[in-house]
Design a protein around this ligand. Structure first.
Ligand SMILES: [Zn+2]
Length: 305
């Protein structure tokens, strides 16, 4: 198993609903340029995309509250302008945790309808039994959308598209920076890590696969693909993630269809050849197998309705 990186420890605390101060705040967030006027900022939570230029500053996701000032400082190494807009890929705390900080500085928060709905009330995670408390009003998205919304700034068409069916959650958006040929996948792509599937928020692995396929149909060999977690990637990286997720999902669905219990599925070790590369501290093989079992049960129940 690989050593936990700070972001993963942070995610663990987020998901467990424990104190937010239990992870090490890094000295600074990392900034990586991926195209003219486009950067990725990596703190401790989800990866942030930063569009800056003559028309203003837009960020996709904003990490967690304890690192908001570090994120802000990292953004300031790229632009001296304030953040005008925050676009959230989904409701999770490690992607929306800076909303309050940036809203208080004047940023407009934008997200899918279900992001606002979930952030407005306490959320209980079936994976961890942890509670994410309702967000204060100022942290909630002010502009929400159903299917898609487009932004036109800094020479880019930035299009947020809701995925057709619940995937990582029921409020996911995939963000396309059209002219730059860059995509932010949110948490429908964990690069090199077994992903979280938020079944409590309507998510299933089958939905994630559909979301990934929709994105793969739109990208090419030159597309820069930003995962929700892990290093910046490309089409090949996303294909590898899809292959792993699809293979494990099919195996576990077959076992569920045979009437196997969760313990029997774990004993069958359906993830064995993937564990060395994809397992990590928050998502070791057994926990992920049980999560995928629950996902398969949910997906099959939905299909039979
Ligand atoms: Zn997430």
């Amino acid at each position: 198993m690989k050593l936990a990186k700070p972001s993963f420890v942070a995610l663990l605390c987020m998901a467990a609903g424990t104190a937010q101060a239990q992870f090490a705040v890094p000295d600074a967030a990392r900034v990586e340029k991926i195209a003219d006027g486009l950067h990725v900022v990596m703190g401790v939570g989800g990866n942030i995309a930063l569009s800056s230029g003559a028309d203003g500053v837009l960020i996709v996701d904003d990490d967690m509250p304890p690192v908001a000032e570090k994120i802000s400082a990292a953004i300031a190494t790229v632009t001296d302008q304030p953040v005008d807009m925050v676009l959230n890929t989904h409701w999770h705390f490690d992607h929306t945790g800076g909303n309050q900080f940036f809203a208080e500085q004047g940023a407009l928060i934008v997200a899918h309808d279900n992001v606002r709905a979930r952030m407005a009330v306490d959320q209980v995670s079936r994976l961890t039994n942890g509670v994410t408390k309702a967000s204060p009003k100022i942290a909630l998205p002010v502009v929400t959308f159903d299917n898609q919304i487009s932004f036109h700034l800094n020479g880019q068409t930035i299009r947020a598209e809701h995925v057709k069916r619940p995937a990582h959650t029921d409020g996911d958006a995939i963000i396309y920076f059209t002219e730059a040929n860059v995509v932010h996948m949110g948490d429908n792509f964990f690069n090199g890590l077994y992903p979280v599937v938020d079944i409590s928020a309507g998510g299933t692995a089958d939905g994630m696969l559909a979301a990934i396929d929709a994105a793969l149909a739109r990208v090419d060999a030159d597309t820069v693909i930003i995962p929700g977690h892990g290093p910046v990637s490309d089409r090949e990286g996303l294909r590898q993630f899809r292959s792993m997720l699809d293979t494990v999902n099919q195996r576990i669905r077959a076992l569920v269809a045979q009437g196997k219990t969760a313990d029997e599925v774990v004993a069958a070790k359906p993830t064995a050849e993937y564990d060395e590369k994809w397992a990590w501290e928050f998502m070791p093989a057994e926990r992920w197998t049980r999560l995928m079992y629950d996902s398969a049960v949910e997906a099959i129940a939905m299909e039979n309705n």
